[in-house]
Design a protein around this ligand. Structure first.
Ligand SMILES: Cc1ncc(COP(=O)(O)O)c(C=O)c1O
Length: 412
């Protein structure tokens, strides 16, 4: 799957290949010239691992969903088509109500619905950046940013999160960004480090963005999934006042239903900028009208009844994290980099074998799938990433096998 298996470094290679085409230039360089699978993808296509610690779709992990949860999709009102480019009012009201728990007063007028968070990024990049301009993206983080930027004809410039300092952003690095930058993306909590934006950094970022004329794009898809009490937990960017800010969320994480295809963005910041941004976003959204009417009609019920799904996912992640900590504590050379929130955990392992070789060995010898750190552009070797979503027995056995495999290398 593209999302999982093409990290930023690989995309940059594709782009260079596009810039030096050997054949006739028929296609744009927004998409890669070839999609040859890497060694891990090839191995995964050959055999399905019994202990898949990379699974990111909660519908495939035995999470209990309330039986009638999808009934509202059959509302006969869905036969009528009266599109609103920003999304149906009742749906936006339901999204706005969800921010009360985070202490932000969000008016439904400041919300735009999209088919996914990816589409929200696409709309925002169209809104904010001309072809050739750039957005700042955290590193390590979600590997899709390279693609999302590239297909919009813009560049994703990484800024560093400091592993020695709870993965906090390097603010001087950000301040030195070039003039073509139009926005800074923050992921709160970040995938896969699980780190949160510290309130001091949130405020420094807002000041910097206001001074530089950048927008802030705050990806908060994992905000509901706190794993530890850390500064920033439960804080949303939806109330930011100093700079134009867009906070993103969606059903794929909030109710564990990625297949329903509904997400949202909330605009905040100086009133005149927010108004101008929303007018333009409405224009962009009107060009696509991509969110289906049935899912918008169902949204209030989905968000309300989805509370039990959120709790079940949170419980699953916490339980698996405890298992991971306990198991890893038996192997002094393996460390869990404690996440503040989200659905994944990062492991430090002895860098005695290349990440990719270790991942392949785990697949071939132990039927265990994990992600190598380089998929996410970690700045160091010896990093593996596991999902905290798998069924607890699958997770526990996968972790045991993984630690045993590390053990064989240590005794060699
Ligand atoms: C940080 C982050 N943002 C967005 C998404 C995708 O959300 P959507 O399914 O709404 O496009 C993911 C998926 O894993 C993610 O990790």
């Amino acid at each position: 799957m593209v999302r999982a298996f093409y990290p930023a470094t690989v995309v940059r290679r594709w782009v260079r290949a596009c810039e030096n085409p050997t054949g006739v230039a028929v296609f744009s360089n927004r998409v890669p010239p070839g999609l040859a699978p890497n060694r891990i993808a090839t191995e995964l296509a050959r055999r399905k691992p019994r202990f898949d610690l990379t699974v990111s779709n909660p519908t495939q992990c035995g999470i209990p969903y309330p039986p009638g949860l999808l009934d509202a999709l059959a509302d006969p009102a869905g036969f009528a088509y009266r599109p609103d480019p920003r999304g149906l009012a009742a749906a936006r009201e339901a999204v706005a109500a969800g921010y009360v728990q985070y202490g932000a007063a969000v008016e439904p007028e400041r919300i735009v619905l999209t088919a996914s968070t990816s589409e929200a990024y696409a709309f925002l990049f169209k809104l904010l950046a001309n072809p050739g301009e750039s957005v700042l993206v955290p590193s390590p983080s979600y590997p899709l940013f390279e693609h999302l930027a590239r297909v919009e004809g813009i560049e994703a410039i990484p800024y560093h999160l400091n592993p020695e300092f709870d993965w906090r952003p390097d603010l001087p690095d950000l301040a030195a960004a070039p003039s073509e930058v139009r926005a800074v993306i923050v992921v709160h909590p970040n995938n896969p480090t699980g780190s949160l934006i510290h309130p001091d950094d949130a405020s420094a970022l807002a000041d910097l963005a206001a001074a530089r004329g950048w927008a802030i794009v705050a990806d908060e898809v994992f905000l509901d999934y706190s794993l530890a009490d850390r500064p920033g937990a439960g804080d949303t960017f939806a109330g930011t006042e100093q700079a134009l800010t867009f906070s993103l969320g969606g059903l794929s994480k909030s109710v564990g239903l990625p297949q329903l295809k509904l997400a949202w963005l909330v605009a905040s910041g100086p009133g005149d900028l927010v108004k101008a941004a929303l007018e333009r976003l409405e224009f962009i959204a009107d060009t696509f009208l991509s969110v289906s009417t049935p899912v918008q009609l169902a949204l209030p019920l989905l968000l309300r009844e989805g509370a039990v799904v959120r709790s079940a996912i949170r419980e699953r992640c916490r339980c698996n994290l405890t298992t991971l900590r306990q198991a890893a504590s038996r192997v002094p050379t393996v460390g869990v980099l404690e996440p503040g929130g989200g659905w994944s955990a990062v492991l430090r392992v002895p860098a005695i074998i290349a990440e990719e070789d270790l991942v392949l060995e785990l697949l071939q010898e132990d039927s265990v799938a994990v992600h190598p750190g380089y998929f996410f552009d970690f700045p160091m070797d010896g990093i593996l990433v596991v999902s905290l979503l798998p069924e607890v027995a699958v997770f526990a056995e996968g972790v045991e096998r993984f630690l045993a495999r590390i053990g064989t290398h240590l005794t060699l």
